[in-house]
Design a binder for this molecule. Structure first.
Ligand SMILES: Nc1ncnc2c1ncn2[C@@H]1O[C@H](COP(=O)(O)OP(=O)(O)OP(=O)(O)O)[C@@H](O)[C@H]1O
Ligand SMILES: [Mg+2]
Length: 721
């Protein structure tokens, strides 16, 4: 193979990074400058030119999907399989380490991953068991506390509460929760990282082994690593090996989850020999999109600073659409996508991004009503659906009786008449005897402490699980799933619910069997079932079932990190939505929101639409929002404001706070843009915009107290003042 093919087409800086001698590196560069591409080609270069075995390379990506893609790209470049290369997310890699060295890590062989939903249930139970008032000590907050401490590398015994009572209580919850997890062989997401780190601290020979094995450690999206991830990397790279990181401080968007952009600086201090390379040419976006995104991000302070440029032409201006409400917004977006598709483009080249997951529902409905296929990335998807989680819980308890979370989930699903009283008896016994729920239930029956109906129903459940295990033992994975879904009664239960939702649930259950059938176990040390259960917990919906269909991509702005699409919509760009309501200037959160906006804008290659709704129904109430400040931060020369129902399509200078032509008057209404008016109900305001003509003319007024509204002139009784 010609090695030049690994550096052909790269610019000088990129080539310098790909073809560098073996060394540690820091690639600090803006969006779309080819960081990920360089990382991929660097791996290929190391293997091809430096003769590094794929076995000696460890690469960290942000999602499982990105990991799969990276592996494929390296294989494409080298035309050979690199199966022995370790590549995955921090969580995925930590999980793998723990499976290989479970005993050294102090875990049982069949330990199970607790996803955030299960974790929440378990914590709730613990809080009750500690006799704490859930309203005062919300499980969500406890979860936040525990995960936060774990991300910092702290066990309960490391936490100094300084007599702070609140902290004392949280610490107690953490302690009790951890004991339960340890007893049941349960590992939550944060625990994966913490344990993997402790494993190396406690077992220096293992650390040495991996330092010697992994000659090169490469990390993408480094700006979003948290403390424990960084500590883990630092240990690993503390040998006779090299570490290369790529990142962009402007795209650090997980501060709220404990990510530390300061890790870039720490890296520079800890690895003073690392060679720093900056990339400044953007290959992704049109000139306009790039300039607009740069203009927005310059409003942040304390940036490491960079100057991104592109050879691409200016392209289309950024289209901004002001919708009446969220339905209008969704209809508008879908109409544009339809148009795009009819012009011969692929649906999958378009993406709709939003700040919060809940926004997807209206968009989904609009897409469905136009029969446009779509796919949702990340967040709650297939494996998080109730019926799927129920089925997985059965599989889990069959696999590992000590799994308390699974026990809780299925003991009375479908309802088998086990009352809350018997259940609390089981829980109490477990607590008092320091046992798992399963063992407690067995013990209670044996000691005849459960009587009558309670004894019968609990024993029935225990029998069912034992029988199921026997029955599925020799079956292929998909038949295991099928058998369990049917014989547990789940299938029947969901079938007897009426309506579309039940139908969808049944389809999901069927799809689970399909998923098992398609599942490829790549972890030879695990049984198919264990591997599948871990896969389900780790994936949480990253891969959708209908992967091959051409479909519009829907996802949160966070999920869009690292991706690119020719056509991008960012929806709901309103104050209170994005930046979100909880954002305040002081905490630095506003800057993080702005980085998120930067991430969103820089996903677009050719065309970017930004939409906002003047009213939005939230929890059943109409709320009025002003356009986001981020819209105002885009210089007017890059914007085209879209107005429907009129021939007028003209620039606005910067969002709601100014207007194009001062003296334009709307036909016969006598009103003018920029004019001050009085409304009998809303008070005084300024006219910002208009559309339509004569009887149908509508004006947008920014009322001093009531915010922006669209009004039909003929009915509004506006008075010029
Ligand atoms: N030298 C080049 N010539 C042509 N295209 C390039 C070059 N370098 C990168 N690209 C293309 O530019 C796009 C952006 O590259 P890439 O995704 O690697 O950027 P990135 O820096 O990782 O972006 P992000 O910060 O969003 O993760 C990709 O489509 C990539 O193939
Ligand atoms: Mg990238």
């Amino acid at each position: 193979m010609d090695v030049n093919s690994l550096i052909d087409g790269l610019n000088d800086k990129q080539r310098e990074a790909v073809a560098a001698p073996q060394q540690s590196m820091l690639l600090l560069a803006g969006a779309g400058s080819g960081k990920t591409r360089v990382l991929v080609q660097r791996i290929a270069w190391l293997i091809q030119v430096e003769n590094i075995s794929p076995h000696s390379i460890l690469a960290v990506t942000f999602t499982n999907k990105a990991a799969a893609e990276m592996r494929h790209r390296v294989e494409d470049l080298l035309q050979t399989s690199v199966q022995s290369m370790w590549i995955g997310t921090f969580h995925g890699l930590a999980h793998r380490m723990l499976r290989l060295h479970y005993a050294d890590a102090g875990l049982p062989e069949g330990f199970q991953i607790l996803d955030s939903d299960d974790q929440h249930r378990l914590i709730k139970r613990i809080i009750r068991a500690l006799d704490l008032d859930e309203k005062k000590w919300p499980p969500k907050q406890a979860m936040w506390y525990i995960n936060g401490k774990k991300d910092e590398g702290l066990r309960p015994q490391h936490i100094e509460t300084w007599g702070n009572q609140q902290e004392e209580i949280w610490k107690r919850v953490y302690q009790a929760y951890q004991e339960t997890c340890d007893r049941s062989g349960l590992v939550d997401f944060a625990e994966l990282l913490l344990r993997a780190h402790e494993l190396w601290l406690k077992q220096p020979h293992l650390l040495r082994h991996y330092q010697e094995r992994f000659k090169h450690v490469l990390v993408d999206e480094f700006q979003d690593t948290n403390s424990i991830q960084y500590a883990w990397l630092r240990l690993l790279a503390d040998g006779d090996n090299f570490i290369s990181i790529v990142g962009d401080d402007d795209q650090s968007i997980y501060g709220w989850r404990g990510a530390k952009v300061e890790n870039i600086q720490r890296f520079l201090d800890d690895f003073p020999d690392a060679h720093m390379i900056r990339l400044e040419q953007n290959y992704r976006s049109s000139g306009t999109i790039l300039k607009a995104a740069n203009a927005v991000i310059t409003n942040n302070s304390g940036r490491l600073g960079k100057n991104l440029w592109t050879e691409a032409g200016d392209g289309e201006p950024i289209a901004i659409y002001s919708a009446f409400n969220e339905l209008d917004e969704a209809r508008f977006i879908v109409a544009r996508i339809k148009n795009w598709f009819e012009q011969g483009n692929a649906l999958s080249d378009s993406a709709i991004l939003y700040r919060s997951n809940a926004q997807s529902r209206v968009l989904e409905e609009a897409l469905i009503s136009e029969q446009i296929p779509y796919r949702i990335y990340g967040g709650l998807k297939f494996f998080e659906r109730q019926e799927i989680k129920d089925s997985l819980a059965y599989l889990r308890i069959i696999n590992n009786r000590q799994d308390d979370a699974a026990f809780e989930r299925v003991i009375n699903t479908p309802a088998r008449g086990i009352g809350e009283k018997s259940l609390s008896q089981v829980r109490q016994y477990a607590r008092e005897h320091n046992q798992t729920l399963w063992n407690a239930a067995e013990a209670l029956i044996e000691a005849r402490l459960l009587t009558g109906r309670a004894a019968k129903t609990v024993a029935g459940f225990i029998d069912l699980i034992n029988k199921l295990e026997e029955e599925v033992d020799e079956l292929p994975l998909y038949r295991q799933a099928d058998t369990v879904i049917k014989q547990s009664g789940l299938h029947f239960m969901y079938q007897s619910e009426k309506g579309e939702k039940a139908q969808a649930r049944i389809e999901n259950l069927e799809e689970l069997v399909t998923a098992c059938r398609q599942f490829e176990n790549t972890e030879p040390e695990l049984s198919d079932l264990s591997a599948f259960l871990s896969h389900a917990a780790l994936e949480s919906g990253e891969n959708q079932a209908d992967r091959n269909q051409d479909a519009v991509q829907l996802m949160t702005l966070h999920t869009a990190k690292g991706l690119e699409f020719p056509l991008v919509f960012i929806a709901g760009v309103e104050e209170g939505m994005f930046p979100s309501l909880q954002t305040s200037e002081e905490s630095g959160r506003m800057e993080e929101e702005r980085r998120l906006c930067y991430v969103g804008m820089t996903r677009a290659k050719q065309q970017l639409y930004i939409t906002y709704a003047e009213t939005r129904r939230i929890y059943g109430k109409d709320q009025y929002h002003a356009p986001s400040r981020f819209i105002r931060e885009i210089p007017s020369e890059y914007i085209n404001e879209i107005r429907l129902n009129t021939q007028v399509s003209r620039p606005i200078s910067s969002g709601r706070f100014s207007y194009a032509k001062q003296n334009e008057s709307f036909n016969e209404t006598g009103l003018q843009l920029g004019q001050r008016v009085l409304h009998p109900k809303f008070g005084e305001g300024t006219i910002l915009n208009y559309e339509g003509a004569d009887k149908n003319a509508r004006v947008q007024v920014n009322f001093d107290d009531e915010g922006c509204k669209w009004l039909v002139v003929a009915f509004a009784r506006l008075e010029a003042i």
